[in-house]
Design a protein around this ligand. Structure first.
Ligand code: CP
Ligand code: NVA
Length: 310
């Protein structure tokens, strides 16, 4: 936009379908090459990515770190607590200072407003590594994974069953941007926010909401779920009881299309949101999905730092 000529990767709502397709194509190209650049070579040679983690991470942390190195750049790992941020320095000042040292910032922080504030005060690109609101990097990897297994996602049907969380919100955004049909089953008490669903529908998405997981998976090419207790949620008996009927087990999987794939962003809790039979079974692509975080984020890094796309 005119106000920020730099490119951020905050939410799929801010980026047009054509640019998102550029990122997916770049991810596929980089994956096919799978060339680890040497230090000082490659499209992001000489660039440094700062990674701030206020919350734990395995996939996001390692895939951004390795992805940046494979593009020839370097990374700095910062945890919120070790920084002055943990002692009350403002997000805005942190953004201004880091912008003088590094070429891009990736941050995982629960407070989405803090991410937006960081991005609007940084003069370098900012990438969302998960907030309580959304997890767009995950969904770019998921779209890539779907397309590798089943071809173009446009026009296909994706089902979500379980909690409403950051991953689901980014799937709802993606339904508008990538033009697939999304069928969502959650307990009514944990249904998605209507402003989020409304945005997607206004942007052409087909989003079907139900309380019945069998209704959601009917006719679907992909079944997705996620943990019942996301970071920042209270672990409660109530959540578990509400979500129990939404578990993905063999019977629910058989109610989807015959060749449907199963996806989960991980970490998973076997015998909570998904049974061992499904997540470790032949329809599960969860480790391809985890691997694709690396490739999708290389596409995102190349796009925000200006080596991919127009
Ligand atoms: N899926 C995902 O974001 O995993 P991490 O929390 O390990 O980064
Ligand atoms: N919904 C999960 C995703 C973890 C990658 C969480 O927010 O904890």
């Amino acid at each position: 936009t005119a106000k920020h000529p730099k490119r951020d990767f905050i939410d799929l709502t801010d980026i047009g379908a054509a640019d998102l397709r550029v990122i997916i194509d770049e991810s596929k190209r980089l994956k096919a090459e799978r060339r680890g650049a040497r230090r000082g070579e490659g499209p992001l040679a000489g660039k440094v990515l700062a990674m701030i983690f206020e919350r734990p991470s395995t996939r996001t942390r390692v895939s951004f770190d390795v992805g940046m190195r494979e593009l020839g750049g370097e990374t700095l790992m910062l945890t919120g607590e070790e920084m002055q941020l943990g002692r009350g320095e403002s997000i805005a000042d942190t953004a201004r200072v880091l912008s003088r040292y590094v070429d891009a910032i990736m941050i995982r922080i629960l407070d989405h407003n803090a991410l937006v504030e960081l991005a609007s005060n940084a003069t370098v690109p900012v990438v969302n590594g998960l907030t309580k609101f959304s997890h767009p990097c995950q969904i770019m990897a998921d779209v890539l994974t779907f397309e590798e297994h089943r071809g173009p996602i446009a026009g296909r049907t994706v089902a979500w069953t379980g909690d409403t969380n950051n991953v689901l919100t980014s799937w709802i955004h993606a339904a508008a941007r990538f033009d697939f049909k999304l069928r969502v089953a959650t307990p009514p008490e944990l249904a998605p926010r209507m402003d989020i669903v409304g945005w997607a529908r206004k942007n052409g998405a087909s989003v079907h909401l139900t309380a019945d997981p069998y209704e959601a998976v009917e006719g679907s090419d992909c079944v997705i779920t996620d943990t019942w207790v996301s970071m920042g949620d209270d672990e409660s008996e109530r959540r578990h009881n509400l979500l129990k009927p939404y578990q993905v087990d063999g019977r629910l999987m058989r109610a989807a299309n015959k060749d449907a794939i199963f996806m989960h962003c991980l970490p998973a809790h076997r015998d909570e949101e998904v049974t061992e039979e499904v997540i470790d079974g032949p329809q599960s692509v969860v480790f391809d999905e985890a691997e694709n975080r690396l490739h999708a984020q290389k596409g995102i890094l190349a796009w925000v730092m200006g080596t991919a796309g127009a």
